[in-house]
Write a protein that binds this ligand. Structure first.
Ligand code: SF4
Ligand code: SF4
Length: 483
């Protein structure tokens, strides 16, 4: 057992209202400068839709992530041959039109325009060339509010049931906030010929060393989530840094702090680095279970002892024990990794959306039907869609989570109107009363200090760590913080 600690974020998709407070707070702090105008380290896209950059999920096109081949993992597009060839040209990297041409408005004209018979306007101009843009044709969430429409939904590779696209009555829409997943097997780190990217030993955060980056852009191509960006001004790669200057002082990330919907939880997970590769070699539909197996019980004395040997401090072990993320990912198993089949083992986890709750099959009681849950396939947001997004196509895993959400709602509703709940509903969803109350608190009224349990780091301690760096398959030499 080789126990490591990782800072992790969980998103409850049911609660995201698409307000973009997270994106704006991130942009103001980290990417409000030349060359970074088009970058949204935190972005919120609308599903079903094409996302940002457009169609990022299509690995036939962008060739990101890992492939399972002859019992081994290999980067999809970057074998030995193409590596040399691609030093100066990345054929699979998204182009500016796949993101969008960043623009601003000439607000000064509203004040400076000469007096005339027309109202002055603030025209759009390109933040790259400075030229006027007559017609804006893209943005970081261009699909917003139209995502369910024929135009955009049909482009979403997760929506197998295209009949929905022609039937507005059945269409649905939800938001999907995204940051870098700070993966346990990061394709960005493995692909960098300069070793500029690394995974920090102390908290698992994946960073780019700006002094080492040579701008080869392999990382941008290799990341299947398209969460490494190329700064056209500096010629270097940039990405989400999980707000490490904040987390090191025990504060949660700016995106999580500003989240209006309170959909985010941040905490520590302990995991076994020696089991990452084995887990990633499982077939797609077994990957979620394999991911969960890699995550260890922070209450287990053997796990704690092994973690201590690797330099995890008592403060971090305590945080791991209280971690809201552990409760959601492992204890209740309601949070799932985004596209596990990309095989980077992402460490941002998502609770699938239950809403809109009314299905063509009826209301929640009918859906639960004394704990038999017979009508899940008639949910408005199709189980197959959520499975494609969050479980490598395994519909059973999604159904298990949805059952818990339905049972929880019925349980609390019954409590609120003073009626007993049918026991079989909680039981068949894998919950008991104490568990349902704990989960309800996490889903709804958990305070700041319950949603975010981020242990601070003391540099002096980090420097004396025995921690070997880590984490995951194929990157041992690319992790800093090692002794
Ligand atoms: S999502 Fe994973 S592969 Fe992509 S940049 Fe982040 S750590 Fe790297
Ligand atoms: S701030 Fe929260 S609720 Fe608003 S878009 Fe971001 S994740 Fe969603």
């Amino acid at each position: 057992m080789n126990v490591r600690a990782q800072l992790v974020m969980v998103f409850n998709l049911d609660k995201c209202i698409g307000c973009h407070a997270c994106s704006i707070s991130c942009k103001n702090i980290w990417t409000d400068r030349k060359g970074a105008e088009y970058m949204w380290w935190n972005n919120v896209e609308t599903k079903p839709g094409v996302g940002y950059p457009k169609k990022w999920e299509n690995q036939e096109k962008f060739k990101g992530g890992w492939l399972r081949e002859n019992g081994k993992l290999r980067l999809r597009a970057l074998g030995k041959g193409p590596t040399l060839f691609n030093m100066f040209f990345q054929p699979n990297m998204p182009k500016l039109e796949d993101y969008y041409e960043p623009f601003d408005f000439d607000y000064g004209n509203l004040y400076k325009a000469p007096t005339g018979s027309d109202q002055p306007v603030a025209e759009a101009f390109s933040q790259i060339s400075g030229d006027r843009i007559d017609k804006i044709t893209g943005g970081p969430n261009w699909d917003d509010d139209l995502s369910g429409s024929q135009l955009y939904a049909v482009e979403d590779s997760n929506l197998a049931d295209n009949t929905l696209v022609s039937d507005y009555g059945r269409m649905f829409m939800q938001y999907l906030p995204r940051i870098c997943n700070h993966c346990l097997n990061p394709a960005c780190v493995a692909s960098c010929p300069s070793r500029a990217l690394y995974k920090r030993g102390e908290d698992g955060v994946v960073l780019v060393d700006q002094n080492v980056c040579k701008g080869w852009r392999f990382c941008t191509s290799a990341c299947p989530y398209k969460k490494v960006y190329f700064n056209w001004q500096s010629g270097k790669a940039e990405k989400c840094i999980f707000c490490f200057p904040r987390t090191e002082t025990g504060q949660c990330n700016a995106c999580a702090h500003s989240c209006v919907g309170r959909i985010r939880h941040v905490g520590v997970l302990l995991y076994d680095a020696d089991r990452v590769e084995e887990a990633l070699l499982k077939p797609d539909d077994q990957l979620v279970a394999a991911h969960r197996e890699v995550i260890l019980d922070p209450h287990d004395p053997e796990v704690r002892e092994s973690a201590s040997r690797n330099g995890v401090t008592d403060q971090w072990l305590e945080a791991a024990r209280k971690s809201p993320v552990y409760a959601l990912v492992k204890e209740f198993a309601v949070a799932l990794p985004l596209h596990p089949e990309f095989r980077t083992m992402p460490m941002a986890w998502y609770i699938p959306s239950l809403s809109p709750v009314i299905s063509s099959g009826g209301d929640l009681h009918e859906l639960a039907d004394h704990g038999t849950f017979p009508l899940l396939e008639k949910m408005r947001a199709p189980i197959s869609f959520l499975a494609s997004l969050l479980s490598g196509g395994n519909e059973e895993i999604i159904a298990d989570v949805i059952k818990k959400q339905i049972a929880l709602r019925l349980f609390k509703r019954a409590g609120n109107i003073g009626q007993p709940i049918d026991d079989s509903i909680l039981k068949n969803a894998g919950l008991d009363e104490a568990g349902a109350n704990k989960l309800y608190r996490l889903f709804t009224i958990a305070s700041y200090r319950e949603r975010f349990i981020v242990p601070s780091q003391q540099r002096e301690e980090q420097d004396s760590y025995q921690r070997k760096g880590s984490s995951g398959f194929g990157i041992l030499k690319k992790t800093r913080g090692a002794k």
